[in-house]
Design a protein around this ligand. Structure first.
Ligand SMILES: CC(C)(COP(=O)(O)OP(=O)(O)OC[C@H]1O[C@@H](n2cnc3c(N)ncnc32)[C@H](O)[C@@H]1OP(=O)(O)O)[C@@H](O)C(=O)NCCC(=O)NCCS
Length: 158
């Protein structure tokens, strides 16, 4: 995996569940399993082949990922947003979330939901997501549900 901090060329690839997920899964392994101690049996949940994935490439090296799944009519769920530690706070996570929002807009999706770790709530708020309901425990970590809804909220972002 990459270890340099050079971000001269940044792009986001759209990967579908039938395509190779090797790079996606390796980033998630490093961030969630190694970095956060989440059991592999929870991280690899069997839902990846039905999801769409976005993969952030820095100088053609994979550094971040996120997936989305259709939940019900016009609603998708954003999951597994992860950026390698050495590449954080450089706008890569934002680029991935914006890719999901723009995908939703282009697909006629009006609502995006997610379960945010409490530490990441302020990150998602920057895109207009709002917290709903009480905190709960998922994979041993406190989470809260967040929602971005209505056509104006899911209009194209840059
Ligand atoms: C959350 C995560 C994906 C953010 O990725 P990133 O590339 O660092 O995000 P960005 O650089 O685009 O951050 C944009 C803004 O979001 C906010 N932000 C980012 N990470 C944050 C954090 N951990 N806590 C609070 N605010 C945060 C900041 O305002 C930041 O802007 P700034 O750097 O100018 O202050 C990344 O920290 C990560 O992979 N964390 C571990 C896995 C995780 O928690 N995933 C979310 C599961 S719900």
């Amino acid at each position: 995996m990459p270890s340099n901090n050079n971000l001269n060329k940044l792009e986001v690839l759209h990967i579908q569940g039938n395509d190779s997920l090797i790079e996606v899964m390796e980033i998630r392994r490093q961030v969630f399993i190694v970095g956060m101690g989440i059991p592999k049996s929870l991280e690899v949940d069997g839902l990846d082949t039905e999801a769409d994935h976005f993969l952030a490439m820095s100088n053609e090296l994979p550094v971040g990922t996120v997936r989305i799944r259709y939940i019900y009519n016009e609603t998708i769920k954003l999951e597994r947003c992860a950026v390698l530690r050495d590449f954080r706070r450089r706008g890569i996570g934002s680029l991935l979330v914006k890719s999901c929002i723009n995908f939703a807009t282009d697909s006629g999706i009006t609502t995006i939901t997610l379960n945010s770790q409490l530490d990441a709530v302020n990150f998602y708020k920057t895109f207009g997501f709002r917290s709903v309901g009480n905190t709960f425990i998922e994979a041993g970590i406190k989470h809260v549900k967040m929602v971005l809804t209505n056509k104006s909220a899911t209009s194209q972002v840059s």
